[in-house]
Structure formats: C-alpha cells, structure tokens
Design a protein around this ligand. Sequence first.
Ligand code: C2E
Ligand code: C2E
Ligand code: C2E
Length: 90
Amino acid sequence: PLPVEQPEKIVLNLEALYDHPDPDLEHVAKLARSIQQRRGDYNGRILSIRADDLYTLAVIYSTTPSGLIEKLEDFGVLVHDLQAFFATEE
Ligand code: C2E
Ligand code: C2E
Ligand code: C2E
C-alpha cells in the first residue's frame, strides 16, 4: 500500500471529461488527449496526470492548482477511489 503522506494522484475520468458539454473543459480535454498520444495509452478509461501539468493548466485557467482541482471536482471529472471506480463501473 502507498505511504499515507504521499499526495493524492490526479486521476481523470476520461469518459466524463470527453463527454462533458461545458466548453470550459476544452483545455483539459486537449491536454489529456495529447498525453494519451505521447504515452500510447489509448485504451484506458482513466488517465493519471503529472502534478507539473496540473500547474501549467492552472496558469491557463488563471487559477491555482488547488483552485483547478476544485473546478475539476465540480465538473465531476476526477477519480479519487480507483477501487470504487472500477467496482461500480463493471
Ligand atoms: P519522458 O518524460 O522522457 O519519459 C519517458 C518514460 O519514462 C515514459 O514513457 C514513462 O514510461 C516513464 N515515466 C516518466 N515519468 C513518469 C512518471 O511520473 N510515472 C510513470 N509511471 N512513468 C514515468 P511514456 O509514458 O511512453 O512517455 C513518453 C514521453 O511522452 C515522455 O517522455 C514525455 O515526454 C511525454 N509524456 C508522457 N506523459 C506525459 C505527461 O503526463 N505530461 C507530460 N508533460 N509529458 C508526458
Ligand atoms: P495506480 O497508479 O493506483 O493505478 C491503478 C489502476 O488504475 C491501474 O491498474 C490502471 O488500470 C489504472 N490507471 C492508473 N493510471 C492510469 C493511466 O494513466 N492510464 C491508464 N490507462 N490506466 C491507468 P494497473 O495498470 O494494474 O496498475 C496497478 C498499479 O501498478 C498502479 O496503481 C501503479 O501503482 C503500478 N503501476 C502500473 N504501471 C505502472 C508504471 O508504468 N509505472 C509505475 N510507476 N507504476 C505502475
Ligand atoms: P507515479 O508513476 O506513481 O509517479 C509518482 C511521482 O513519482 C511522479 O509524480 C513523479 O514526481 C515521480 N516520478 C515517477 N517516475 C518518474 C520519472 O521517471 N522521472 C521523474 N522525474 N519523476 C518520476 P507526477 O509527475 O505528478 O505524476 C503523477 C502520475 O502521473 C504518475 O504516478 C503516473 O501515473 C502518471 N505519469 C506521469 N508522467 C508519466 C509518463 O511520462 N508516462 C506515464 N505512463 N505515466 C505518467
């Protein structure tokens, strides 16, 4: 198991992200697609992103990384509990 002090990973729910109608999520979706391409990671339903990329995105949205996390939270595109996510969606 992971050590408790490790910061929570930023994990995107790709279906929720790509299907979301709000144009405000466009930059996040664009980055996610680009990361999938660079990793060759096309089949996943979720995508773990770098803390660095969150920082860059926050600049684009004129907010802070924690502000952006809140925003993504409100849009319902974050996954917190991977076990629960895979359990409920199967
Ligand atoms: P890179 O940064 O030189 O990383 C080379 C390989 O190291 C990656 O190949 C991956 O296998 C591994 N790697 C690097 N950092 C991490 C990490 O934090 N966690 C894990 N699990 N593995 C890591 P991969 O995945 O095929 O990516 C190829 C290149 O695509 C990367 O080269 C990087 O330039 C870019 N890339 C991939 N994912 C991201 C991302 O989330 N953000 C950014 N900015 N670039 C990414
Ligand atoms: P984890 O990082 O907590 O990820 C749990 C599961 O979520 C993964 O199971 C995978 O099904 C999914 N997942 C997480 N991030 C991504 C993503 O960016 N893309 C896709 N397509 N799926 C993702 P999996 O693959 O069986 O891995 C189990 C655990 O093994 C991972 O837990 C991680 O701790 C470790 N692991 C797997 N692959 C790598 C890797 O390339 N590098 C590192 N450092 N750890 C890895
Ligand atoms: P992770 O693989 O569990 O890695 C956790 C943290 O360990 C990363 O947080 C990063 O700080 C460090 N780390 C792991 N591998 C490397 C590496 O090869 N080089 C460097 N410089 N640092 C490394 P970070 O960057 O916030 O990434 C969070 C998660 O995003 C990673 O969790 C992984 O699931 C995913 N990820 C990030 N970059 C890549 C990548 O290039 N390829 C793939 N496949 N996954 C990545």
